[in-house]
Design a protein around this ligand. Sequence first.
Ligand code: SF4
Length: 236
Amino acid sequence: MMLGNACTRRCGFCAVPKGRPDPIDFDEPRRVAEAVAILELKHAVITSVNRDDDILGGARAFALVIGEIRRQAPGCQVEVLIPDFQGNEEAIRIVVEAQPEMLNHNTESVPRLYRVVRSGARYQRTLRLLQYAKIVDPRMVTKSGVMVGLGEEMHELLEVYRDLAGVGTDVLTIGQYLRPSKDHLPMTRYYTPEEFAFMREEALSMGFRHVESGPLVRSSYHAHEQAVSTGVTLLT
Ligand code: SF4
């Protein structure tokens, strides 16, 4: 995770420390790529805290890390899990034009719960980001994730999957929310394996190319396998 240890957002489910971050360190992408090379990774998932204080700087850091991984670890696929950049199209374009193998932006929850789950984010902005990435580059493989167990209803989740499929999202991850501490949003219930299987089948019928759905699924769960099944991988 790049761009510092403090996030400018306060999502109710997230344990990342919140606060005023230091200025962006533009040497960090080089060091991250160096680590990717030393670890001989085949698929690297790069994410960051939100940097509402320097949106374009955050986007440039993602572009830099993609370029540095190409240079230092050729053959390694790059998946970027990006913040919403407040919907700034120039920022989204900067990242897409750096050509990661996969562009991930999580939806996290249903629109009714956005205010408590993702304060500072907007549901339509998330959809628009995923849609705009495809406008910039129709070949860009896009991905999004949702947590369940925050108080949503099944029909609301299916509506979200339909919306994501409607903007051409290729890969969907669905996982159980687990409360990091008593200071975070409470979990309303556990979903059953049958419910996860049901959601997977429903989502696949909506047109996703790959769906991971299960209690322990997280955004980067089986990330390499997702890349293989969506045909973006050059590796075996
Ligand atoms: S934007 Fe990301 S890192 Fe920041 S609080 Fe929300 S989930 Fe956590």
